[in-house]
Design a protein around this ligand. Structure first.
Ligand code: ADP
Ligand code: ADP
Length: 217
């Protein structure tokens, strides 16, 4: 479903990605591992249309995403790609339910439809009783699960996650990983995850190792 070919990226004169080919099938969890500075986040940003490659092409479900720009790109990204970062970036003045709904509101979905989907996700997460809580009333693990629900609200083709459990203790990390597995196994959800977490790498369908801007294995 996702195919990147010949991805090159430099910052100034410094080559960061030196010709990366990368493919993901629907329903896979693919982990990207490798030392700090290997280019993992840069690749993830390019796969997610947050950054453009200097050379090469990224296709998501047959759409050549580096040909999109402006409003078309924003709409495509919001509807097809869900992002999860190490820090949740929830909006502090909004409730958990409202935070989850934000990408759906950006996509101009009706309020009822957005809230029904958000409630469904809260149920899957076992967090239905937290719907009206503000982020500062939630634990770190709960906040991160809400951020994952927000990434899922528009039923994106793919979730791109950068160190999603990097800031969690092992119990919360484990519960987040179990949620990823259940989304994969029950809904065929696809993930690309940059991680240093060995447990997460173990439960992945494939592990891609990067070094110095290239894929090693
Ligand atoms: P990783 O995620 O594997 O740690 P990154 O993709 O974040 O690696 O970074 C790879 C290299 O690119 C690092 O040396 C980093 O300093 C550099 N880099 C990343 N983003 C930028 C940027 N916007 N401008 C300049 N250099 C950058
Ligand atoms: P990560 O921890 O995910 O690898 P980084 O700390 O490398 O992220 O980078 C965080 C942000 O800073 C990214 O958006 C990246 O593009 C930017 N960045 C990283 N390194 C540099 C750099 N040397 N110069 C400018 N921006 C950078």
């Amino acid at each position: 479903m996702l195919k990147a070919t010949g991805i090159m990226k430099a910052y100034g004169n410094l080559p960061i990605l030196k010709g990366v080919d990368f493919e993901v099938e629907k329903g896979e969890i693919v982990s990207i591992i490798g030392a700090s500075g290997a280019g993992k986040s840069t690749l993830l940003h390019i796969l997610g249309t947050l950054d453009k490659p200097d050379q090469g092409e990224v296709e998501l479900n047959g759409v050549k995403i580096n040909k999109l720009s402006g409003e078309l790109l924003s709409v495509f990204r919001n509807q097809n790609i869900g992002f999860v970062f190490q820090f949740h970036h929830l909006l502090p003045e909004f409730t958990a339910l409202e935070n989850i709904c934000i990408p759906a509101f950006i996509a101009k979905k009706p309020k009822k439809q957005a809230e029904d989907r958000a409630k469904e996700l809260l149920g899957l997460l076992g967090l239905s009783d937290r719907a009206q809580h503000k982020p500062n009333q939630l634990s770190g693990g709960e906040q991160q699960r809400i951020a994952v629900a927000r990434a899922l609200v528009n039923n994106p083709a793919i979730i791109l996650a950068d160190e999603p459990s990097g800031n969690l203790d092992s119990a919360n990390a484990n519960s987040l990983h179990q949620f990823f597995i259940s989304l994969r196994d029950n809904f065929n959800q696809t993930f690309v995850i940059v991680t240093h977490n060995e447990d997460l790498a173990k439960i992945s369908n494939r592990v891609v190792t990067m070094k110095d801007g290239m894929i090693l294995s």
